[in-house]
Design a protein around this ligand. Structure first.
Ligand code: SF4
Length: 408
């Protein structure tokens, strides 16, 4: 069995390679990942000639079931092609209990020293505490939304001890959960275990900007010294409410950032430009607002990356960002009435803006993205802040590598 991950910008390549491998090797090929989770029908009917099955959402159980020879129609969480039609089996259940350590595989098969991430102490490793996210933002194509499951805390602590013992050169752990802080009580329990077990690794995570000050303090004591990646997305309340349905208020986000400043937690703020509610005036105001935010160490600004959402079991496709912006896709993405997803990337591998509104064009969105980066990073106040931060050798090394990758 060959398992191939997919994404929207690479789906045409992914499926071409999957078909070729199936022809060449002759074994079963299973497509997994974000694109096939939300667009299984289009993937199988339009792009696949030989591959017949995809696994939606998380896919461990589907892989095990296939390896054990279970009949395809009985495997939950699978969509498959039969007689030119696509059938969707019921969703897979959520796993429970202990998880094998992904770090064991990394230790055996991956040279982690080859990977640098500006937000994390180098070298870093990715580990999950939870899978899925309890929110359901309408633009997001996480593998599991409105549902999540967590590993037992003692299982997670054992893995951290394994990393410390077997890979002592690893400096930091980036929690790869889509949203790390979902249940604050559980996060406090995990942090207390980290402290009690004298785990010395440094931690960073991706999370929402609504963590209480008490939880932030415990996280800081547990060595959460690396950036928190927070999806602020936009500082326009109308965009948060009406376009992406984030379920957050700007005031909550400001309160969170103020608390971070007091507790000593830094953030990597992630923003999306090109929401249907954006205008040139709003983007200008947002930029000025971002420059004044406390506890923001770095930013990431992407154009809206629309991803298709099929209506698989009912009305889940309603209200998605995709349904709202599909009519604003730029003409270049259309190829004989079908969408060419390879246009989601530029030749240099960076995201292409594929949306153009009558009131805010693709060119304007791209120009704003460039301006956000330039005006945020090349401010005297920010440069002074980074110079002070670089007095420490590890920070100097990190900032130097980050600056180098920024210029590339
Ligand atoms: S909170 Fe983040 S991960 Fe969860 S649905 Fe919203 S955007 Fe996706």
């Amino acid at each position: 069995l060959i398992v191939i991950d997919t994404s929207t910008p690479s789906i045409q390549n992914d499926t071409f390679m999957a078909d070729e491998l199936k022809k060449l090797v002759g074994c079963e090929v299973l497509l997994v990942g974000r694109h096939v989770t939300y667009a299984p029908k289009e993937t199988l009917l339009r792009f696949c000639k030989h591959v017949n099955i995809v696994a939606r959402n998380y896919f461990w159980q589907q892989v095990l079931d296939l390896l054990e020879g279970k009949e395809i129609e009985k495997i939950k969480g699978i969509s498959y092609k039969e007689d030119g039609e696509v059938k969707h089996n019921l969703p897979a259940g959520l796993p429970k209990g202990e998880f094998p350590f992904v770090s064991e595989i990394y230790k055996e098969q991956l040279n982690l020293r080859k990977y640098f991430y500006a937000s994390m102490k180098y070298p870093y490793i990715l580990v999950n505490y939870q899978f899925g996210c309890c929110w359901n933002c309408s633009f997001c194509n996480e593998l599991l939304k409105a549902k999540f499951f967590a590993r037992p805390i003692d299982n997670v602590i054992e893995e951290l001890k394994f990393i410390q013992r077997e890979m002592p050169w690893v400096k930091s752990v980036l929690w790869d959960d889509p949203t790390f802080v979902i249940n604050e009580d559980k996060i406090c329990e995990l942090c207390n275990e980290i402290i009690d077990n004298k785990i010395k690794l440094h931690f960073g995570c991706a999370t929402r900007a609504n963590i209480s000050k008490e939880t932030l303090k415990i996280m800081r004591r547990a060595n959460f010294t690396e950036s928190f990646h927070i999806g602020l997305e936009t500082l326009d309340q109308e965009g948060l409410d009406k376009f992406i349905h984030k379920g957050m208020s700007i005031n909550q986000e400001l309160e969170y950032l103020k608390n971070c400043k007091e507790v000593g937690i830094r953030n990597h703020g992630c923003f999306i430009l090109g929401l249907e509610t954006d205008t040139n005036e709003k983007l200008k105001a947002n930029l000025e607002f971002i420059k004044r935010l406390p506890a923001i160490d770095s930013i990431q600004v992407f154009p809206l990356i629309p991803t298709p959402f099929e209506n698989i079991f009912g009305n889940e496709a309603e209200n998605t960002a995709w349904n709202k912006v599909k009519k604003y896709l730029i003409p270049e993405v259309w190829d004989n009435g079908e969408i060419d997803y390879s246009k989601w990337l530029k030749p240099n591998g960076k995201y292409n803006c594929v949306i153009s509104y009558p009131w805010l064009t693709k060119e304007q969105i791209e120009a704003w993205i460039e301006r956000y980066y330039k005006e945020f990073y090349f401010r005297p106040k920010y440069i002074v802040y980074k110079i002070k931060q670089s007095m420490n050798f590890a920070e100097l090394q990190r900032n130097f590598m980050a600056f180098k990758s920024f210029l590339l």
